[in-house]
Design a binder for this molecule. Structure first.
Ligand code: URA
Length: 423
C-alpha cells in the first residue's frame, strides 16, 4: 500500500478501504507520510467527501491513534460542550465554570484558533501564567478538585487530530463535514466524557454557512457520539453576526469575566445559559443555571480553575498599543455586521495564525461598539480595532470594507438558537 494510491483513489471518487484509511492516519501520525501528501488527501476529501463507513473508520482511526482518558474515578457526572468555531464565540469560558458550579464535571479539551475563528486556548493564554498543557493526571486532579478544566489535549490524546487540525488550518481544508465531524468527535470520545452538547454554528461566520449543512453536520456528529456511547445533543446557533461585543483573545476573556460577574452582552448570556441548561439536563441535574450564575458560584469556580493552571485571575489583561476607530458613513439602524469579515480582520490584526507555528497576539482584536439592531449616527464609531503593530491596521480595515449595512429598513432580528438536534 502507498500514500499516492490512497490519494488517487479519493481524487477519482473511489471508496477507501478500512485498511487504506488506517494506513494513512497511522502513517501521518507517525511521520511516515508527509504534510504534502496528507494535504492532497484532505483536499480530495473536501471535494469528494467520505461515505458513512469511511467516516466511521476515519474517526475510529483518529481515536485509536492515541490513548483515551479514563474519567470513571470521578463522582460527578461528566459533560462537555464543543463548538464548530465562531467569531466572538467565547461561550466555553463562562460555560465550563458555570456547569461545574451546577454540580457536573466538565472536561473541556480545547483547540487553538482555526481560520477566521478564535480558539479557546489562545484566549486563555492571554491570562498571565495560565498553562494550556497539562498531564492527564493534572487534568483529572483539577476536575476532581474544581469540577472544570479547560486545557489542550495531552500529546497522546487523538494525536492524529492535532497534526491534521494544524495542517487543515493552513491548507484551506477546514470546510468539510466529515473532516470537522471526525476532528471534533475523535477528541471528545477520547477525552472520556459521558455526555456532550455540540454548538453547530450557522450563517456567514460559520465554516459551513448554510443551515442545511449545519443540520447535516449536527446529525453526523450526534450519530458518531451516540454510536460511541456518548449521549450527544446539538444546538444550531447563529453565526451571521459576531457573538458578544469583543472578538480577539484577551478582550474575549475580559467579556467572559463580565458574564461570570452577572453582566455581559445579552446574546452571549442567552447562548451560555442555553448550553448550560442542555448540559445539566443531559446528566440529570435538577438546577437552574441562571440561578447559579446569579449566585456568583460560577465566578468562584472560574478563579479556582484559572489558578489551578498557574494563571493569575487578578492579573491585568494585555492591552494593545495601537487603536483605530471605524465610523459609520450613514445614519439609521445597523442591519448587518458580517461575522466572517470581522473574524478575518481580527486575524489580520494578529490574533490568528498564518502558519501553524506562528504566535498569536493576546491584545489584538475588535471591539464591537454598535450591535445589529442598534441606532447609528453619521460619524459614530462602530468598531474599535486593536493591534500591537500599526502596520497591521490597513489590511484589517480592508477586510471590513463591506462588513456592515446601515439603513432605515425595518430591522429583522435573528434567532440565537435555530434548532436542537438529538437522536
Ligand atoms: N473544531 C475542531 O476541533 N475541528 C474542526 O475541524 C473544526 C472546529
Amino acid at each position: 500500500m502507498n500514500a499516492l494510491d490512497v490519494i488517487r483513489t479519493k481524487r477519482d471518487r473511489g471508496e477507501l478501504t478500512d485498511a487504506q484509511i488506517r494506513f494513512f492516519i497511522d502513517g501521518y501520525t507517525a511521520g511516515r507520510i508527509p504534510d504534502e501528501q496528507t494535504s492532497a488527501l484532505l483536499m480530495a476529501i473536501v471535494f469528494v467527501g467520505l461515505t458513512p463507513r469511511e467516516l466511521a473508520t476515519w474517526t475510529a482511526a483518529m481515536i485509536e491513534s492515541g490513548s483515551r482518558l479514563d474519567l470513571s474515578s470521578l463522582t460527578r457526572p461528566t459533560v462537555d460542550k464543543h463548538s464548530t468555531g465562531g467569531v466572538g464565540d467565547k461561550v466555553s469560558l463562562p460555560l465550563c465554570p458555570l456547569v461545574a458550579a451546577c454540580g457536573a464535571a466538565v472536561p473541556q479539551l480545547s483547540g487553538r484558533g482555526l481560520g477566521h475563528t478564535g480558539g479557546t486556548l489562545d484566549k486563555l493564554e492571554a491570562i498571565a501564567g495560565w498553562r494550556a498543557k497539562l498531564t492527564n493526571e493534572e487534568a483529572l486532579r483539577i476536575l476532581r478538585d474544581v469540577g472544570a478544566v479547560i486545557c489542550a489535549a495531552s500529546d497522546d490524546l487523538a494525536p492524529a487530530d492535532r497534526k491534521l487540525y494544524a495542517l487543515r488550518d493552513v491548507t484551506g481544508t477546514v470546510e468539510s463535514i466529515p473532516l470537522i465531524a471526525s476532528s471534533i468527535m475523535s477528541k471528545k470520545i477520547a477525552e472520556g466524557t459521558s455526555a456532550l452538547v455540540l454548538d453547530i454554528k450557522t450563517g456567514g461566520g460559520a465554516f459551513l454557512p448554510p443551515i442545511e449543512l449545519s443540520r447535516e453536520l449536527a446529525r453526523t456528529m450526534v450519530g458518531i457520539g451516540e454510536r460511541n456511547g456518548v449521549r450527544t445533543v446539538a444546538l444550531i446557533t447563529d453565526m451571521e453576526w459576531p457573538l458578544g461585543r469583543t472578538v480577539g483573545n484577551g478582550i474575549e476573556v475580559e467579556e467572559s469575566i463580565e458574564v461570570l460577574a452577572g453582566g455581559g452582552p445579552a446574546d452571549l448570556v442567552e447562548v451560555t445559559l442555553a448550553f448550560a441548561r442542555e448540559m445539566v439536563a443531559l446528566v440529570g441535574l435538577d438546577v437552574d443555571p441562571a440561578d447559579v450564575l446569579a449566585s456568583g458560584k460560577a465566578m468562584d469556580v472560574w478563579r479556582s480553575m484559572i489558578a489551578a493552571q498557574g494563571g493569575d485571575p487578578d492579573a491585568p489583561l494585555p492591552q494593545a498599543n495601537e487603536r483605530e476607530l471605524v465610523r459609520a458613513t450613514a445614519r439609521g439602524t445597523l442591519q448587518h455586521l458580517d461575522a466572517r469579515a470581522v473574524g478575518n480582520a481580527v486575524w489580520r490584526l494578529g490574533a490568528g495564525r498564518a502558519r501553524k507555528e506562528d504566535p498569536v497576539s493576546a491584545a489584538a482584536g475588535v471591539r464591537i461598539l454598535v450591535k445589529p439592531g442598534e441606532p447609528v449616527e453619521v460619524g459614530q464609531a462602530l468598531l474599535e480595532l486593536l493591534a500591537d503593530d500599526a502596520a497591521r491596521i490597513p489590511d484589517a480595515l480592508a477586510a471590513l470594507a463591506d462588513a456592515f449595512v446601515v439603513s432605515d429598513a425595518l430591522f429583522v432580528p435573528r434567532p440565537l438558537v435555530h434548532e436542537r438536534i438529538s437522536q
